[in-house]
Write a protein that binds this ligand. Structure first.
Ligand code: ADP
Ligand code: MN
Ligand code: MN
Ligand code: MN
Length: 369
C-alpha cells in the first residue's frame, strides 16, 4: 500500500516543514519521555530551555499529572520526572533533545513501573563482570483500525513462509517505517545494530546493542518511543503485543542476548554453560519478569510452536530456536561469546529482564532468597 504523506493530524509534511525550519535562536526544545502506569506504553511532553544542555545534570527535574497515566490519585497527582538519558531529537532536529526520565511519587519513592532505579543499583554491583546485552525487538505494524498492515480486510494473507527477510510489495508491509526509524535511531546515537522483516507479514525486528548494563534498557526504551513516534507520522500503529494474531502466526519477542567478560574470553563456553545451569533453576521467576503482566501475556506466545519453548518448561540448546535458551552455532564453534534468552516478550521491560539475568547468573541470588 502507498503511504499518505501526512501526519496523523492530516497536515501536509511540507507545511509542517515550513514551521520546523523557522529559526529557534538559543532556545532548545527538550521532549521528556517516560514509561506510564501500564509498564508498556510511553508518554512525552516538551519543555523549552534557554540554552542547549550538554549533560543530563543540566536538565531540570519536571513533573506531570500521574492521575492521567495510571500512576497517581487525582487528589495527589504530581509525579516527578528525573532525566536519566539524553539524545539528539531526530523529529525536531538541530539542537533539540529527547530525554528519557525515571518517575517518582510525591514522596520521592519510585512509581510502580520505575524499574530502572533498582536495575541500576544491581548493574552497579556487577560492573566488574562487564555485562553486555543485545535485545532483538520484534513488533507488528497495524492500521489505525487495529488490523495488521497490508492484510486483506476480510481474510488472511498466504501462510507464513515467504515473509521473513522478504522483499517485494507482496511480501513486506511498512518498510518506510522501518527505514525512517532505523535512521532516526542512528541520528540520535541509539545503538541500533540492524533490522529484518519477520516471519509473520507486517512483523519486523530491530536489534539494540551490544550495550553494557543499564544502557540496554535506556536505549531500548528510547528506540521504542521513536518507533511509536515515527509510526505516528505514517498514520500507522506499532503493536508490542506478544501474540497479535491468534492461530498459525508467529508471536513477537524480545530475545535477550547476554555475555560477561568471562564468557567472551577463550573457553568462555564453560561459563556460558554454567549460566544456563543457573537459569534452569529460576525459570518461573524469570517468566514473571518477562512481560508486564507477570507471564500472562507471554502465555499466549510461548506455546511450544512457532519457534518457542512452552512457558512451563526450561530448555537449552546449540542453534535450537525451540529452546528457552539458545547458544548460537558460532558461539559453540568459537567456544566463547554469548547466550540468547528467547523467553522475554516483545512488551517486556528490559530493566526487569536484564536485572533478572544478572541476579541469577552473576550475583547468584535474589533479594527474597
Ligand atoms: P538472531 O540470530 O537470534 O536473529 P540477531 O542478529 O537478530 O540474532 O541478534 C543478535 C544480538 O546479539 C544483537 O542484538 C547483538 O547486539 C547481540 N550480541 C552480539 N554479541 C553479543 C555479546 N557478546 N554479548 C551480548 N550480546 C551480543
Ligand atoms: Mn534476530
Ligand atoms: Mn526475530
Ligand atoms: Mn533471536
Amino acid at each position: 500500500m502507498a503511504f499518505p504523506i501526512t501526519s496523523s493530524q492530516g497536515s501536509k509534511t511540507e507545511t509542517l516543514l515550513k514551521y520546523l525550519n523557522l529559526a529557534q535562536g538559543e532556545q532548545v526544545q527538550v521532549m521528556y519521555v517516560w514509561i506510564d502506569g501500564t509498564g508498556e506504553n510511553v508518554r512525552a511532553k516538551t519543555k523549552t530551555l534557554n540554552a542547549e544542555p550538554h549533560s543530563i545534570e543540566e536538565l531540570p527535574i519536571w513533573n506531570y499529572d500521574g492521575s492521567s497515566t495510571y500512576q497517581a490519585e487525582g487528589s495527589n497527582s504530581d509525579v516527578y520526572l528525573k532525566p536519566v538519558c539524553m539524545v539528539s531529537d531526530p523529529f525536531r532536529g538541530g539542537k533539540n533533545k529527547l530525554v528519557l526520565c525515571e518517575t517518582f511519587k510525591y514522596n520521592w519513592k519510585p512509581t510502580e513501573t520505575n524499574n530502572r532505579l533498582q536495575c541500576k543499583k544491581t548493574m552497579d554491583l556487577v560492573k566488574e563482570a562487564v555485562p553486555w546485552f543485545g535485545i532483538e525487538q520484534e513488533y507488528t505494524l497495524m492500521d489505525v483500525d487495529g488490523h495488521p498492515l497490508g492484510w486483506p480486510k476480510n481474510g488472511f494473507p498466504a501462510p507464513q513462509g515467504p515473509y521473513y527477510c522478504g522483499v517485494g510489495a507482496n511480501k513486506v508491509f511498512g518498510r518506510d517505517v522501518v527505514e525512517s526509524h532505523y535512521r532516526a535511531c542512528i541520528y540520535a546515537g541509539i545503538k541500533i545494530g540492524g533490522e529484518n522483516a519477520e516471519v509473520m507479514p507486517s512483523q519486523w525486528e530491530y536489534q539494540i546493542g551490544p550495550c553494557e548494563g543499564i544502557e540496554m534498557g535506556d536505549h531500548l526504551w528510547i528506540s521504542r518511543f521513536m518507533l511509536h513516534r515515527v509510526c505516528e507520522d505514517f498514520n500507522i500503529v506499532a503493536s508490542l503485543d506478544p501474540k497479535p494474531v491468534k492461530g498459525d502466526w508467529n508471536g513477537a519477542g524480545c530475545h535477550t542476548n547476554f555475555s560477561t567478560i568471562g564468557m567472551r574470553a577463550p573457553e568462555g563456553l564453560i561459563e556460558i554453560e554454567a549460566a544456563v545451569d543457573k537459569l534452569s533453576t529460576q525459570h518461573d521467576r524469570h517468566i514473571r519478569c518477562y512481560d508486564p503482566n507477570k507471564g500472562a501475556d507471554n502465555a499466549r506466545r510461548l506455546t511450544g510452536a512457532h519457534e518457542t519453548s512452552p512457558i512451563t518448561d526450561f530448555s537449552a540448546g546449540i542453534a535450537n530456536r525451540g529452546c528457552s535458551i539458545r547458544i548460537p552455532r558460532q558461539v559453540g564453534e568459537d567456544r566463547c561469546g554469548y547466550l540468547e534468552d528467547r523467553r522475554p516478550a516483545s512488551n517486556c521491560d528490559p530493566y526487569l529482564v536484564t536485572e533478572a539475568i544478572v541476579k541469577t547468573v552473576i550475583l547468584g541470588k535474589w533479594e527474597d532468597d
